[in-house]
Design a protein around this ligand. Structure first.
Ligand SMILES: [Zn+2]
Length: 245
């Protein structure tokens, strides 16, 4: 019995690490949230009852296998985060598009009706998931043109008591550094649009999420990011290939 239990636990862990559809479990303690990486800033989070798409772009077909989305999170107006054609293909009667006003302003009328606007600092709940909007912006004067404070949203989702941070396109802003109790963080890094690997690592070492996935990192050295994080802060760095397709 004992050995069988051990065997089934090991088998479960192996299955969790590599399910056939490419999804991976975010947690190992029973909170059932799986991550499917699509590309660059686009990914899906699934619980047994809720499907969330983050910044889906590149056509609806890339996301169809996840099923009908309950929530689509959009961080910003740029084409690598929001694309009305992809949203049209994906949003159905049950879908809520959570986005800042600047994004909603650019949506066609039928999609505007599905929108839930969140400004920086606002908190709302949808499908049992708490969604908090955070600022995302550039700090470096030469990069200020890319993301002005107040336009886009980062998000903290609370799912099954776990807190998941999605940075959006930002530098190492104080609002990120001050975050507390983040279980999993998705943190951007790429120049000239967001920040360096060193800035990202420095912020992560300060807010100490339990796990960090570098994402939106095109052209950046994520191995260097992992090195900069080191082991002292106790942050698990999960480097994945977000640019396979
Ligand atoms: Zn971007």
């Amino acid at each position: 019995m004992h050995n069988f239990l051990k065997f089934s636990m090991v088998a479960t862990m192996i299955l969790a690490a590599a399910s056939s559809d490419g999804a991976e479990k975010l947690f190992t303690d029973g909170s059932d949230v799986s991550l499917s990486i699509v590309n660059h800033a686009s990914f899906a989070l699934k619980t047994p009852s809720v499907t969330i798409l983050a910044d889906p772009v590149g056509g609806g077909d890339k996301f169809k296998s996840f099923g009908s989305p309950d929530i689509i999170l959009i961080t910003d107006i740029h084409g690598d985060h929001m694309e009305p054609g992809t949203l049209k293909a994906l949003a159905d009667e049950k879908t809520t598009i959570v986005a800042p006003q600047a994004v909603v302003d650019k949506l066609p009328e039928d999609l505007k009706k599905k929108a839930l606007v969140l400004a920086n600092g606002e908190v709302k709940s949808k499908s049992g998931i708490k969604i908090e909007a955070l600022p995302m912006y550039n700090l470096t004067p030469e990069r200020a043109q890319y993301h002005s404070k107040g336009r886009g949203n980062g998000y903290v989702l609370t799912i099954d008591k776990k807190r998941i941070y999605i940075s959006g396109d930002t530098e190492d802003i104080p609002e990120m550094r001050k975050l507390k109790d983040i279980d999993v963080a998705f943190v951007c890094m790429n120049l000239p649009y967001t920040m360096t690997v060193q800035q990202a690592a420095s912020a992560v070492k300060e807010f100490k999420p339990r796990v960090v996935y570098p994402y939106h990192y095109r052209g950046s050295d994520i191995d260097q990011f992992k090195k900069e994080i080191g082991t002292e802060a106790g942050v698990e760095v999960r480097n994945r290939d977000w640019y396979v397709k």
